[in-house]
Design a protein around this ligand. Sequence first.
Ligand code: CTP
Ligand code: MG
Length: 216
Amino acid sequence: MGGPAGVAAIVVAGGRGERFGAPKQFTELAGVPLVERAVADARAACARVVVALPDAAGWTGGSDVAVVAGGVTRSASVRAGLDAVPADTEIVVVHDAARPLAGTALFEAVIDAVRAGADGAVPAVPVADTLKRVDGDAVVETVPRDGLVAVQTPQAFRAEVLRAAHAEGRDATDDAALVEADGGRVVVVPGDRRNVKITDPSDLAVAEALLSGSVS
Ligand code: CTP
Ligand code: MG
């Protein structure tokens, strides 16, 4: 493990990949499974790595990685991971296995922001598309884009704040939302447009192009 003592990562890889059409975390990007790539970044930036996997997953992660069974929701998988994070951990970084191109610099940026005093830190990029609220196929309104950002993982938190946010078993699409709901101070750091999330198969083609350097 390359990262500083007191910093642990939870890589959530317990999903079913319904939109992708298969458990995408085991799909290979240039010969390396997505989960392996996410774990490699976490391993380089953190002292301890816990991976939440679907039940009976074949991937074992290597002897330096703790494996736990994921839950029914993403938040439940984070909670399963938290149970395996050592009690003396100061900062926990949560990362999606579906983001194979995060890189260690993003981990370091969110960890540094928490060390500097935030309860949580998330990478964010400006929203490029125009956003509209719809009801079926009817446009209800155009949402002003000012001040809106798209948020990625890895997300870092003071460990006790993250544990408290998960104590009641709530679900959210990211961990920062739970910390925000508790009144925690979450800050953004510059995200990376290359840090794509693999949701459907076309995203894998984008990641392959980014990795091969054919686009940047
Ligand atoms: N995840 C998890 N446990 C769950 C659901 C999701 O650990 N019960 C993980 C996924 O493996 C993924 C990350 O959370 O790395 C983000 O979730 P998402 O992109 O939605 O992946 P899936 O839930 O697998 O995909 P889908 O929603 O299309 O089924
Ligand atoms: Mg999902």
